[in-house]
Design a protein around this ligand. Structure first.
Ligand code: PBG
Length: 389
């Protein structure tokens, strides 16, 4: 190369004095020193002069695959992925889900086969969602705690088939209630604060039911129960019920910051869990609220959550980063159905490369601060990573 910098003949930059090789001021700073509104702590009076272009060329750090790999700040690995499985009653069923191309409704035996195949690719964590048999939804969602329910059977089947699997289960009632809400409905006309028109979920009456679901999952072998209902007090209720039933070793992953999101559309289609009347704005977080999301995280950790989640992921990366900054607890982000469906749709239209988008999406979620990601891309990206990214 014949450029001036590589010859050591660095032209004078005003105020910099050609100090090639001298320690550089650090713009983004020493976190311990804090960062003033005007920039880096290293910029403070008395700091050494800094190199600038043309001495300083950041493209040197990007010039080869080896260099890029050396300085890469964020890594993806298959053991950071949690793969959701949609379990249905029956045997030998593997039905494609129209709204989630590449995902399937699986009977418990087929879920075990799927988990086994995923484990062969390096994905060993699974999050199970279930449905009751046709015609078995009721006002309470009682199918959710049926010991012979599809999720309970699948937990046992996967445990038997996949050594080393980590089994997470979604704890909610919406796929099991006839009205499609995440808890039982309050009688109309309950006195109190102003209410939305339409059905209201009775918070306190829902808690024992969620606890019952969690205990039934623990009995069937769940390692982690993940309440996604957004009722107040559910983490404490579930923790107490697990401990009382002898499941002190089962962890609680709280969907702590779960927003009322349009990005759940394909999932609700898959799970037949859309509310028959009304919506979920009365219990899920308002998409405008980051501070309230942080309060939910604090509260759930105080109630005993072992891990917390932000959901959806992509439209809420600021929340992921804020939670990361505020807690040492393990943080998961849920790359939800609508985020996945957008990638698949763009790919199907020929507008983008699906694998490239999937890698970039998961990397971004990790970069924002998530320890692990619940994602329908899990198997696909695990295969890409094996093939060298
Ligand atoms: C159940 C639940 C939902 C999702 C996970 N658990 C749907 C909802 O709250 O309406 C969404 C997951 C996804 O979209 O991938 N409460």
């Amino acid at each position: 190369m014949g450029d001036a910098a590589s010859q050591g003949a660095v032209p004078e930059v005003p105020g910099r004095g050609g100090l090639t090789g001298a320690p550089q001021g650090e713009v983004w700073g020493d976190p311990a020193a804090g960062r003033g509104p005007s920039g880096g702590a290293g910029h403070a009076a008395g700091a050494l002069p800094r190199a600038a272009f043309p001495a300083l060329r950041l493209r040197r750090l990007r010039g080869s695959a080896g260099m890029r790999a050396l300085v890469r700040e964020t890594a993806l690995a298959a053991d950071q992925f949690v793969y959701p499985l949609f379990v249905v009653p029956g045997t030998g069923l593997r039905r494609p889900i129209a709204s989630l191309p590449g995902q399937f409704h699986l009977s418990p035996d087929a879920a075990a086969a799927e988990a086994s195949a995923a484990a062969g690719e390096g994905v060993r964590c699974f999050l199970l969602f279930g449905q009751p048999p046709a015609g078995r939804k009721d006002a309470q969602g009682s199918g959710a705690w049926d010991p012979e329910g599809a999720v309970q059977l699948a937990l046992r089947a996967i445990r038997a088939a996949v050594p080393g699997a980590l089994l997470l289960s979604d704890v909610c009632l919406c796929a099991y209630t006839s009205h499609g809400h995440c808890g039982v409905l309050a009688a109309p006309g309950v006195p109190g604060a102003a209410r939305d028109a339409g059905p209201v979920v009775d918070n306190d009456a829902t808690l024992p039911l969620l606890a019952r679901v969690a205990v039934s999952h623990a009995k069937a072998g769940a390692d982690v129960v993940a309440p996604s209902d957004m009722m107040d007090g559910r983490v404490a209720a579930i923790r107490a019920a697990l401990d009382a039933a002898g499941h002190a070793g089962v962890a609680v992953l709280s969907y702590a910051a779960k927003f009322a999101s349009g990005f759940y559309g394909p999932f609700r289609d898959a799970e037949d869990s859309a509310p028959a009347e009304g919506d979920r704005h009365g219990y899920q977080l308002d998409p405008a609220n980051r501070r309230q999301a942080l309060r939910e995280v604090d509260l759930d950790l105080a109630e005993g959550a072992d891990m917390v989640m932000v959901k959806p992921a992509l439209p809420y990366l600021d929340v992921v980063a804020a939670v990361r900054a505020g807690t040492g607890a393990p943080l998961l982000a849920y790359n939800v159905s609508g985020e996945y469906a957008m990638v698949r749709a763009a790919e199907a239209a020929g507008w983008a490369s699906g694998p490239e988008l999937a890698l970039e999406v998961l990397l971004a979620i990790r970069r924002a601060g998530a320890d692990a990601i619940i994602t329908y891309h899990a198997r696909e990206v695990a295969r890409l990573l094996r093939a060298g990214g």
